[in-house]
Design a protein around this ligand. Structure first.
Ligand code: KG4
Ligand code: ZN
Length: 357
């Protein structure tokens, strides 16, 4: 039996330095041999957000160590690696370049193919590390930089049916956390605060809820929360505001997902109805429960990646790398990092004042 391909994946698009090795299998999903993720929370904590120069410097300091660790943990010798895949965009150019240059050097010294990966495609295919999913499927991608409904028709073949016209959902969580005085990165802690609060206490807006199809908008929520924070005095007030925010987001996603289901069926017909929810915010338990409910009600099978595969990681990058490796889709070593890299290249740019929905 010939040995199955092994892909080394690298992710440095923002504030996680990550390296992973995965191997294809005979009949099942690829095997994750190692998946090392090093976050930079401490580097950015005092600034309340990611500082690009500090992030890039931290990637430079760590990439060697993290790659070493991932290779050792996988038990794979260098000569067994079939290809190296690294995130090429979207993201911070100076951060992307670190992982990309490391990958190119590795590819060149080991004389193996180099493959540039769209970070968003990593999130989109991340559940394929756990189960086989036939195309097409509906995807809700909710991360720190993106919030989109997409029809995934196949590798590199996406049809965006909805997107945020302003803030991404992760950004809304992070900004709300900041207004509540929660230390960076605050997004994941909103849920913990919310559990102790009254979700009915504050009435928050649901922007564009009755128009714009399954497009999304979260900026108005931030403004409403900013106004309320002036009245916030006690911890209980903060818990109540977190709970009200969490509930509002759940309700927005419930309603918009119903529309996305309709749009998906209009385009894809009555094939198997599968709904994947991916990206950092997909780790949110309350959102999962609400999306499971709307999926049940509409006969969609909902699929979530493991929580450790929701946030940025390199196993998802290696996963896309493996799919591309199988069809010999390699890149040249002059491939450049790209800050903006949409999955659906034909989708209209829908951000900023004056957007027509
Ligand atoms: O996918 P990701 O790791 O990075 C990007 O590609 O952006 O997503 C990070 C985002 C952050 O905004 C973070 O606050 C949010 O995901 N996030 C959460 C939770 N865990 C991570 N938001 C809400 N609830 C969570 N449990
Ligand atoms: Zn991401």
């Amino acid at each position: 039996m010939t040995e199955k391909p092994i892909i080394l994946g690298i992710e440095t698009s923002c504030d996680e330095t990550a390296v992973s090795l995965i191997q294809d299998t005979e009949n099942s999903v690829p095997k994750i041999l190692s998946n090392v993720v090093s976050s930079q929370f401490d580097v950015h904590k005092e600034f309340g957000g990611v500082v690009p120069e500090l992030a890039a410097r931290s990637h430079v300091e760590k990439i060697n160590l993290i790659a070493d660790k991932a290779i050792k943990e996988s038990g794979v010798s260098l000569d067994k690696i079939s290809a190296v895949a690294a995130t090429v965009g979207p993201g911070l150019i100076i951060c992307l370049s670190v992982g990309l240059n490391f990958a190119k050097a590795l590819s060149s010294s080991l004389k193996i193919p180099f493959i540039g990966i769209n970070h968003l495609e990593g999130h989109a295919l991340s559940p394929k590390l756990q189960q086989h999913i036939d195309y097409p499927y509906l995807l809700l991608l909710i991360s720190g930089g993106h919030s989109q409904y997409l029809i995934v028709n196949g590798l590199g073949n996406y049809n965006r049916i909805g997107t945020t016209i302003d803030d991404a959902l992760g950004e809304a969580f992070d900004k709300t956390a900041k207004l509540l005085g929660i230390e960076f990165p605050g997004g994941p802690k909103i849920e913990i605060f919310a559990k102790k609060g009254d979700p009915k206490r504050f009435k928050l807006p649901k922007p564009i809820i009755n128009k714009g199809g399954c497009n999304l908008s979260f900026a108005g929520l931030k403004t409403a929360i900013l106004k309320i924070t002036n009245e916030i005095k006690t911890d209980q007030d903060r818990f109540d505001l977190a709970a009200s925010f969490q509930k509002t987001i759940e309700e927005i996603l419930y309603l918009k997902t119903k529309i996305a289901f309709y749009e998906f069926q209009k385009v894809s017909g009555e094939i198997k109805k599968k709904f994947v929810v991916a990206g950092g915010v997909a780790a949110n338990k309350g959102i999962r429960d609400k999306l499971s409910q709307v999926s049940r009600e509409n006969n969609f099978e909902v699929i979530y990646p493991d929580v450790k595969l929701c946030g940025d990681n390199a196993a998802m990058i290696a996963m896309v790398g493996l799919e591309k490796f199988k069809i010999n889709q390699f890149d040249k070593l002059d491939l450049q990092a790209t800050p903006r890299l949409p999955l659906d290249i034909n989708a209209k740019f829908l951000k900023g004042a004056g957007v027509k929905l």
